[in-house]
Design a protein around this ligand. Structure first.
Ligand code: NAD
Length: 336
């Protein structure tokens, strides 16, 4: 019998990519558009695996429900796993897998798309020209060449972003508690203290996982270290940035611009069409009023290549685990 998988928070592109994966026909799929949470977990009855994404809640309560329904495996279609109680899963005998690296290029390239758009005011120019407003007032950017970029986290995506920024002729400073000196020397990238990276960057980009020690790494104190007029980029996780402090830094003019692909309270907002609703999140509403704030809805991963890789790893792991085999190397999460 084919293993039955309940897929949560499914969008049309997830369905297409999962059903196109090499082993898709070996699986009996149930696609749900709603998210996994305690109240929805019983929908997994009969499934051996639950397949979830960044805003599903795999907390102790949800995992307990899933385990009671017979679920043995939670397959994350993403790299970050801050929404999963890994210890609870281990206690309840539920294996967790993720896709640690599907396309760091997709994420890095989106980071650069945000930076170039924000700095050269392409988002404003696009709208203006469509209104036949060909004025350039307010569209002055700055040359990236010769400026300093700060990269916080030099793992898969941070390293690529740093290399691309070097290609623009920027000086690149980096901070990572697990530095990679050989890589840095090869690309003329310099590790330094976090405070110096914040303090010297004209463009500061975050590429760290959301952990207790990285939560609100951008806060009132660290924003005060930054140069006046600097640009902040966050494509990693929303809660790395304290939104209230960010809004203050924007209102005072201290920050030159902010581009976000993630937002602290994105759950229930990002990925959804709310164009006929009244936005209830006042901080997001305020952020959207700044001309120098650019927000995309957690789309940095969204390339054909990344979706295909996510689908390949997810389906292989579901099939392997359902046959009592090991998951693909490096994809299994265990309690720390
Ligand atoms: P990675 O694991 O390859 O790299 C993370 C790096 O952060 C590591 O080098 C680690 O040593 C470093 N780090 C850990 N704690 C740190 C700290 N306190 N200060 C500075 N650096 C620290 O991860 P990655 O693939 O580069 O992805 C980074 C994050 O981006 C993921 O955790 C995920 O949350 C997010 N992400 C977002 C999207 C999106 O679509 N927006 C897609 C993929 C990943």
């Amino acid at each position: 019998m084919k293993p039955h998988v309940a897929v949560y928070d499914t969008k049309p592109y997830d369905r297409v990519s999962l059903l196109s994966a090499p082993q898709a026909d070996a699986i009996d799929w149930s696609f749900h558009s709603f998210r996994l949470e305690e109240a929805t977990a019983t929908s997994a009855t009969g499934a051996i695996a639950a397949c979830i994404f960044v805003n599903d809640q795999a907390d102790r309560e949800s995992i307990t429900q899933l385990a009671e329904c017979g679920v043995k495996h939670i397959a994350l279609r993403c790299a970050g796993y801050n929404n999963v109680d890994v210890e609870a899963a281990a206690e309840l005998g539920v294996q967790i897998t993720r896709v640690p690296s599907y396309s760091p290029h997709a994420v890095a390239e989106h980071t650069l798309a945000l930076l170039l758009t924000l700095n050269r005011r392409i988002h404003r120019a696009f709208n203006r020209v469509r209104e036949l407003n060909f004025s350039l007032n307010g569209l002055v950017g700055f040359d990236l060449h010769g400026k300093t970029a700060g990269v916080v986290g030099t793992g898969r995506t941070g390293a690529l972003v740093a290399q691309i920024l070097r290609g623009f002729g920027m000086h690149v400073l980096a901070y990572d508690p697990m530095p990679n000196p050989e890589w840095a020397a090869r690309h003329d990238i310099h590790y330094t203290e976090l405070k110096d990276v914040f303090g010297e960057a004209d463009v500061l980009s975050l590429h760290v996982p959301l952990l207790p020690e990285t939560k609100h790494i951008v806060n009132e104190e660290s924003l005060a270290w930054m140069k006046r007029g600097a640009i902040l980029l966050n494509v990693s996780r929303g809660a790395l940035v304290e939104t209230t402090a960010l809004i203050q830094a924007l209102k005072s003019g201290a920050l030159g611009g902010v581009a976000l692909d993630v937002y602290e309270e994105e759950e229930g907002i990002f990925f959804e069409d709310l164009s006929n609703e009244l936005l209830q999140d006042d901080e997001l509403a305020r952020l959207l009023t700044f001309p120098n704030v650019l927000i995309t809805s957690h789309q940095a991963f969204l390339t054909r290549e990344a979706l295909a890789e996510i689908a390949r790893v997810t389906t292989e792991n579901v099939v392997n685990l359902s046959q009592g085999q090991r998951p693909l190397p490096g994809t299994e999460l265990a309690p720390s």
